[in-house]
Design a protein around this ligand. Structure first.
Ligand code: PLP
Length: 426
């Protein structure tokens, strides 16, 4: 097909600009190949991927085990819908629930769909189990959250770009400050109709904001006390990204020696997406125990593609790679190294104020005003030097490479980053 012939980056960008909706502002790089921690542009230039598709490609690009499982399943059976059973979904549900330590899993496709699913489960539980009067349930969320792009989810966003002119908004959400345990305590004490607390263990989009040490543990304890469901959105933080299988690692069976295994931070409802497929396919899931998931009955919720055999096969393979290659451990070790190396550089630098993060979910804070283009300009320079990253809100650059990176590669990346930053010294 003529339309699929090789094109230059410039041509591809012009094509998208003309025929595609302008709902993103990508870095001007056009990729056509990926392998492990690397991607290549259409001109053949090689880059370190330091974003991993927002933490979807934790297992590395085109991981052979994941692609193999996907290809094999694609040649056998792709979709039945849930009108019938397929012979892979149950195996995947068993594997994933045992991995994360929950009774049941509800399969969806995208992160936003899984968040919507969790909200529905939480509301139904509130009316049928907690006894909140009909249509009165409230769900507490945090300021500067990112949970996706649906009408309900943007209703409780406070990002004006995501929200403005998309009203009327969905009711039933109360917003409190993130990492403020007093604010959670107050809202739970004042309002008897609270069904759940939806939280990101680290706020990724907001700029990799890591809450204080005991925040999640104390929040979970408050939820228990007030019979409120603790809903963890681990779409970005989950699947080994932060140096553990989950950032809220409860009683899961991960063999990671760094896992605190503190059961008090186990979510009542766990939301996963992104790396649940290693970036090969849209796979998301909501996990909960029977007392909660039991409220969902036939007809209450569903998705034509959710739980399809390819997604199920990919999901098993993607989780196996995480375990077999010890990626939680690797993310932990490389994360410590990354922050230590940058912390050596920062005191000598006038352009970076700080590095923060957990495991391989990190960010640097650029020393410039929020509305300046410095973070973008640095990302453009990093691209020239063979490393791809993207600014998040304000002047913050997120660094989230695939977890299959080696120590040598990571040090190579640190050298690229510091060399680039030096060009921006004031
Ligand atoms: C990416 C993300 C989502 C939304 O996932 P999509 O697959 O883009 O719908 C939800 N929550 C968090 C924390 C995310 O990072």
């Amino acid at each position: 097909m003529a339309i699929l012939e090789t094109m230059t980056s410039k041509d591809v960008i012009a094509l998208e600009d003309k025929h595609g909706a302008h709902n993103y502002h990508p870095l001007p790089v056009v990729l056509n190949r990926g392998e492990g921690v690397f991607v290549w542009d259409v001109e053949g230039k090689k880059y370190y991927d330091f974003l991993s598709a927002y933490s979807a490609v934790n297992q590395g690009h085109c991981h052979p085990e994941i692609v193999g499982a996907m290809t094999k399943q694609a040649q056998t059976l792709t979709l039945t819908s849930r009108a019938f059973y397929n012979d892979v979904l149950g195996k995947y549900e068993k594997y994933a629930t045992e991995t994360f330590g929950f009774d049941k899993l509800l399969p969806m496709n995208t992160g936003a769909e899984a968040v919507e699913t969790a909200l529905k489960i939480c509301r139904k539980w509130a009316y049928e189990k907690k006894g909140i009067p009909e249509n009165q349930a409230e769900i507490v969320v945090c300021e500067n959250n990112f949970h996706g792009r649906t009408t309900t989810i943007i209703s409780f966003s406070n990002d004006p770009v995501a929200r403005k002119n998309f009203g009327p908004y969905t009711d039933g959400f109360l917003k409190i400050e993130y990492d403020n345990i007093k604010a959670l305590q107050e809202v739970l004490e004042q309002n008897k109709n609270i069904a759940g607390f939806l939280v990101e263990p680290i706020q990724g989009e907001a700029g990799v904001y890591v809450p204080s040490e005991n925040y999640l543990k104390d929040a979970k304890a408050l939820c228990v006390k007030h019979n409120v469901l603790f809903i963890a959105d681990e779409v970005q933080t989950g699947i080994a990204r932060t140096g553990r299988l989950l950032a809220t690692c409860g009683n899961c069976s991960c063999a990671d020696k760094h896992c605190s295994g503190t059961p008090e931070v186990k979510a009542d409802i766990l939301i996963l997406g992104k790396a649940l497929s290693g970036g090969a396919y849209p796979v998301s899931a909501v996990l909960a125990n029977d007392a909660i998931m039991g409220v969902i009955q036939p007809g209450n919720h569903g998705s034509t593609f959710g739980g399809n055999p390819i997604a199920a096969a990919v999901g098993i393979a993607a989780l196996e790679v995480i375990k077999n290659e010890n990626l939680a451990q690797n993310a932990f070790d490389l994360g410590e190294l990354f922050r230590a190396e940058l912390n050596k550089f920062i005191p000598t630098s006038s352009i970076v104020n700080a590095v923060r993060g957990k495991g391989l979910l990190n960010a640097i804070l650029i020393n410039d005003t929020e509305d300046s283009s410095t973070a973008w300009d640095i990302c453009m320079a990093l691209k020239e030097n063979g490393l791809l990253a993207k600014p998040t809100h304000g002047n913050i650059i997120r660094f989230a490479p695939p977890l299959v990176m080696t120590k040598e590669q990571l040090l190579d990346c640190v050298a690229i980053i510091t060399k680039t930053l030096k060009k921006f010294e004031k």
